[in-house]
Design a protein around this ligand. Structure first.
Ligand SMILES: [Zn+2]
Length: 165
């Protein structure tokens, strides 16, 4: 799923987008399964602090608990910027590492690094062309990355971000 965010991303905009995705991707699963899901976001403390997340969601059945049930973390790269001790307590990425040591929470940074290489090409396109081209690129890249993981190869341009950190 993808949805453009115009101007800067606000927590409520991100929350709606994330919830829409959660419902589409995991809405048919059980609460037990939701409790095993991890959602990483660099601004999770603000997202999880929205008024909308404080109460049960206005959704039918167990769906009202989906946000409460999932594990919410801040990836280790962005955790450094969160000085409040509560952030570390509530959204520590180590929780994920304990249960799923192989999971890659840097994947978004790696995607940004990959995408930034096309910035000038994309920037010169009209909006519809831009969206179409970006969509095709993402589909293509996801296929490529999946194939790499299946065949035990390291994707090209995938380690650059970690090297910069
Ligand atoms: Zn924080």
């Amino acid at each position: 799923m993808w949805q453009p965010l115009y101007q800067s991303e606000g927590p409520s905009q991100v929350f709606l987008l994330t919830l829409t995705w959660l419902l589409a991707a995991h809405g048919n699963e059980t609460r037990e399964r939701w409790k095993k899901l991890y959602l990483a976001y660099d601004n999770m403390c603000h997202l999880d602090n929205l008024k909308a997340t404080k109460e049960d969601l206005p959704l039918p059945g167990d769906l009202k608990y989906i946000w409460k049930d999932i594990n919410k973390i801040i990836d280790s790269l962005h955790m450094k910027n969160h000085v409040d001790v509560k952030c570390k307590e509530k959204y520590d990425p180590e929780k994920l590492k304990e249960s799923n040591p192989d999971y890659n929470t840097m994947v978004c940074e790696q995607t940004f690094a990959w995408l930034s290489r096309y910035k000038r090409i994309l920037g010169s396109m009209p909006k519809i062309h831009f969206h179409f081209f970006l969509h095709r690129m993402i589909k293509h890249r996801n296929r490529y990355i999946s194939l790499c993981y299946k065949t035990g190869r390291r994707p090209l341009h995938h380690s650059k971000v970690i090297a910069l950190e």
